[in-house]
Design a protein around this ligand. Structure first.
Ligand code: TRP
Length: 385
């Protein structure tokens, strides 16, 4: 790929970030069962949302140091599986990746979201309500604004916006989340959240959702399976044993895997697990959704292992695994065993009134493939309490 780009520029033009990711997205749309017309529309939306980054030749460095993905590609895909039907395809984007600095990146992001709102006729009221809170004059933290598009049939995506609770300083993240929830009418929601080591994202559903959610992402350092099983704050939420089983399978931290040397209370000592708490109604003050995100790439030697875990999980929920295999082939021609990070996260989502969903986050790897590793000793080491 790299070689042909360098040696055949006159034959195939310059390979660009937009060209690569639009191609990936078209193939993923096919995997997700979308009509070709919708796929074309969504590839166009992707290019437009990336803005100037789309034209950027791939042999230049990434447009920014975004941590949206490990290799700084400002694009990540996800497939969300349900027991029946094709998985839902989503794409996460940093619309401000070519802007200089967080402040400008945030302004660009807001402009892009408002343009989407005009195009698809939805209101940004709830975002407007939070603008001064998440977009101060001198923002801090690791991101300004990301957006995710759920690519549903019909060519009009559902839009989610991700905001940065550390915008006013990391030490004020909790206060920023509390105030944002309060402004949106969820006065008691903050008190219902589990203990947190940080609040990496605050997310809003915008547009045509049945029940638009506000979502708070919580970071949990050194989490064990047992602890994970106690983090849902939903009324009548998931069975703790189910959460524990998902944690162990996704992270590879089974008691059996450790054998005689192992510790059933092994912890994720490297990149942390996250939980996401969805708030919809204002009545109970309790979240109506709970998601556990496991950064599988940190705890697997290569993507063959991550894929095997994903397959086991999908099987156990009675979900079709074929689309996941096809999705990996849609984004890369490398073998899963030849790198790690293609599957970035595995997540289990519970939302009131809906069957559980298993989601795989898939990297674009536009800039870099992380080589497979021998054994993530460092990450698993502190397995010991
Ligand atoms: N890459 C970042 C991380 O690993 C942000 C991110 C991208 C993320 N996709 C995600 C976080 C899915 C949670 C779930 O944290």
């Amino acid at each position: 790929m790299t070689r042909s780009r360098r040696t055949l520029p006159s034959l195939q033009g310059t390979a660009t970030l937009g060209g690569l990711t639009a191609g990936q997205l078209l193939r993923l749309c096919h995997v997700a069962g979308l009509e070709p017309a919708d796929a074309e529309t969504y590839a166009g939306v992707l290019l437009k949302t990336l803005g100037q980054a789309a034209e950027r030749p791939l042999d230049l460095p990434p447009p920014s140091a975004t941590f949206l993905s490990d290799d700084h590609t400002p694009v990540e895909y996800s497939l969300s599986f349900q027991p029946d039907g094709a998985p839902a395809l989503r794409v996460l984007l940093d619309p401000g990746s070519t802007a200089e600095g967080l402040r400008r990146s945030g302004r660009t992001g807001l402009r892009v979201i408002r343009r989407m709102a005009r195009r698809w006729n939805f209101t940004t009221d709830r975002l407007d309500e939070l603008e001064d809170l998440f977009f101060p004059a001198a923002p801090q933290g690791p991101l300004a604004l990301w957006c995710a598009l759920e690519l549903v049939p019909g060519g009009v995506p559902r839009v989610k916006v991700y905001l940065n609770p550390a915008a006013n300083g990391p030490e004020r993240s909790a206060e920023t989340v509390r105030e944002a929830l309060r402004r949106l009418g969820h006065d008691t929601a903050f008190a219902a959240l589990p203990p947190a080591d940080g609040y990496p994202f605050f997310a809003l559903d915008l547009g045509d959702w049945d029940t638009p959610r506000v979502k708070v992402y919580v970071r949990h350092d050194n989490l064990s399976a047992k602890e994970a099983s106690g983090l849902s704050r939903m009324d009548g939420g998931p069975d703790p044993a189910e959460i524990e089983a998902f944690f162990r399978t996704a992270s590879g931290l089974h008691p059996e895997a450790f054998g005689a040397y192992g510790d059933p209370e092994a912890r994720l000592a490297g990149r942390p697990a996250l939980t996401c708490h969805a708030v919809t109604g204002t009545e109970t003050g309790r979240p109506s959704g709970f998601t556990l995100h496991i950064p599988v790439r940190e705890y697997a030697r290569h993507d063959g292992e991550a894929l095997a875990r994903a397959t086991t999980l999908l099987d156990s929920y009675g979900m079709d695994t074929a689309p996941l295999w096809r999705a990996l082939a849609a984004v890369t021609s490398r073998r899963p065993e030849d790198g790690v990070g293609l599957i970035a996260y595995l997540a289990l989502a519970h939302q009131e009134g809906r069957p559980p969903r298993v989601t795989a986050y898939i990297s674009a790897e536009a800039y870099h493939v992380r080589p497979p590793v021998a054994l993530r000793q460092a990450a698993v080491a502190a397995a010991v309490r």
